[in-house]
Design a protein around this ligand. Sequence first.
Ligand code: GRF
Length: 195
Amino acid sequence: LTVAVLISGTGSNLRALLEAAASPEFPARVIVVGADREADGLAHAEEFGIPSFVVPWRGAAEREEWGEELDRQLQVWAPDLVVLSGLMRLLPAAVVARWSPRLINTHPAYLPEFPGAHGVRDALAAGATRTGASVIVVDDGVDSGPILAQERVPILPGDDEHSLHDRIKPVERRLLIDVVRRIATGELDLAASAI
Ligand code: GRF
């Protein structure tokens, strides 16, 4: 299974996937990494010798053009699966329509709780005692697609956004790697999951 990973940030989830895919037993290969900016996480792609591309975000007014360029880049590589892992942009509907359900996203909350760009912060602000990590199929909503995997993560007294996100990320990484593996082996049929 060939995989493209799209990031905006540090790419810790990307790195975990690159490390897993470096094992000959892992049934998937990351063939390209894309970003909407010169993300720090692109360094992981370079370290693992994986090609990367950047489609610079130029503001919401140009979302459609940005999406079209991103789509063109992805079509060059024609991956079997696109993984959004810390991509902090909503994909235009045309991009979702072309790639979903072979388009999945990781989210640092127990969806449908706390969707959106600040799921960790929102869980803390809500005074929740637990949150979670989720892997979903991307649909044209915000973190609203079919849930492929999720797991609860406790919120501890004294947690701040950073400490809580640091507790969520390892769970997120484990779920993501397992979902990619199950998609690659055919155990998880994305077409069946799409609503
Ligand atoms: C991850 O928790 C991801 O789910 C969220 O932002 C974080 C990105 O972290 N959207 P990283 O860039 O993978 O370190």
